[in-house]
Design a protein around this ligand. Structure first.
Ligand SMILES: [Zn+2]
Length: 227
């Protein structure tokens, strides 16, 4: 069951279309798992529509949730142009959020994966956002990620499996925010690999000497992920 949700500011900014695209994709992905937040965003959209109607009484299109979703369905998602303001209530048939699968070109396997040791692989995702980095992390079942410290905000949306760190356990659909200065080491639970959508404001700083030493050999550069 989803326990961690975007706060009101995230949802309000999402409904207003004012989030960075990378953040908007994370919120949109969470909405596909979470009826409660979808309803909240719908309410915000309704209020905005009512305000617009008062300003412009001749507006005929009520811009309801269904009509907006139909527009997203009908048109190719164009993240470079505008943030996905609402999202489908259902996940794609693969169980991955529709918005993520679409941005990945139809399948996460189509992305360019970079292996980091035996427990982690990362695929950068281009969502047309110049302010943040977006990537998919795949942590092997039962294995830890390298411990790392955040230099800026990190949003993680769990797409599959679960992980735990010193603060708790997180499951599919959870929206987890970490802030600059926080240090943690997520470990995937034993039952299955853990796949996450991650949006980073700043590159993370790994604590492990091993990853720092590896850097000259693997030339690992994911537009700012400097290990
Ligand atoms: Zn939620």
């Amino acid at each position: 069951m989803v326990s961690f949700h975007p706060d009101s500011k995230f949802l309000t900014d999402f409904a207003a279309g004012s989030l960075a695209l990378s953040e908007a994709v994370c919120v949109a992905a969470h909405l596909e798992f979470c009826g409660k937040c979808r309803a909240h965003v719908q309410q915000l959209s309704d209020v905005a529509a009512q305000m617009m109607a008062r300003l412009e009484p001749v507006v005929e299109d009520d811009d309801g949730f269904d009509s907006l979703m139909q527009r997203i369905d009908a048109a190719e998602l164009a993240p470079q142009v505008s943030a996905p303001r609402v999202t489908r209530p259902a996940l794609a048939s693969s169980g991955i959020p529709y918005v993520v699968e679409k941005l990945a070109g139809g399948s996460l396997q189509a992305l360019n994966w970079v292996k980091l040791g035996g427990s982690l692989r990362i695929a950068p995702m281009d969502v047309g956002c110049s302010r943040r980095q977006t990537a998919i992390y795949d942590i092997k079942a039962g294995r830890p990620m390298p411990e790392h410290e955040h230099r800026g905000e990190e949003i993680t949306v769990l797409l599959k499996g679960s992980f735990s760190d010193a603060d708790g356990k997180y499951v599919r659909g959870d929206f987890v925010v970490r802030h600059a200065g926080e240090r943690h080491q997520p470990t995937a639970t034993l039952d299955t690999d853990c796949i996450c959508l991650v949006s980073l404001e700043q590159p993370v700083k790994p604590s492990s000497w091993w990853y720092r030493l590896m850097e000259p050999f693997v030339q690992y550069r994911l537009s700012g992920f400097n290990y």
